[in-house]
Write a protein that binds this ligand. Sequence first.
Ligand SMILES: [Zn+2]
Length: 275
Amino acid sequence: MDQAGEFTLQIDLGELVARARQGDREALEAVLATIAPSVRRFGLRMCKNVHDAEDVLQDTLINIANHLGEFEGRSSVSSWVFALTRSACTRKRRGLKNQPPVSDESVAETPDHAPNPEARAADHELASALSRALDGLSDDYREVILLRDIEGLSAPEAASSLGISVDALKSRLHRAREALRGALRPLLEPASEQPPSGCPDVALLWSKKLEGDLSQGDCSAMEKHLATCPACGAACDALKRALLACQRVRTEEVPPDIQARVKAAVRAWAAQTSL
Ligand SMILES: [Zn+2]
């Protein structure tokens, strides 16, 4: 599995952003339409509340439209967009404690990836469990999983969004993935034994490998161990399945009202620029 594969926000936004910065309304609309699904997912997961997530989406889209001219490209577009989304979430969530978790129905709709009904049911079950597991993570952990494993930002982009170093991001990410795997354990590793003492921490090694931080030698040693140790093999497979389920969240269907939000943001921007 290659995590570096498909990055939602990295379809060439650069040129569209450049045109939008010149005041091209269609380009602006295209930019906002491209990023809106990610902004909505992030807001929904961080606010745990559909109504607030809609406000976060609207605020963020208008913010992006109004400040695109000031975006200097020092960070990537993705980093900047998620930094804006985060601060909209923070504003929204201040004083809003103990929100009920987002219902599975609103976030766990997975399109049919799997070829047969049994596999589709298993995918759906995993998507629902992932949704609950994410709700149960601390905000710090949920945020890094959302940015890196669900939205597919690179580690430097995610670090830049959060205003932390890449090393800090990676160390938080490894711990968050471990917490996610732990939360999904009843589903993904129901019968597996704890690895015998003396086994390497394969889930951590795998996570480091995904971040490009595992040496060739350590990687071969890990692969060799995985081939002979069923408990570690199960742990590693569970993490891979959890991360694959994260990637699938990106292909969830976009709610139909999202285009209306984009158009409203463009109208607000146009009204302001014509003052
Ligand atoms: Zn082992």
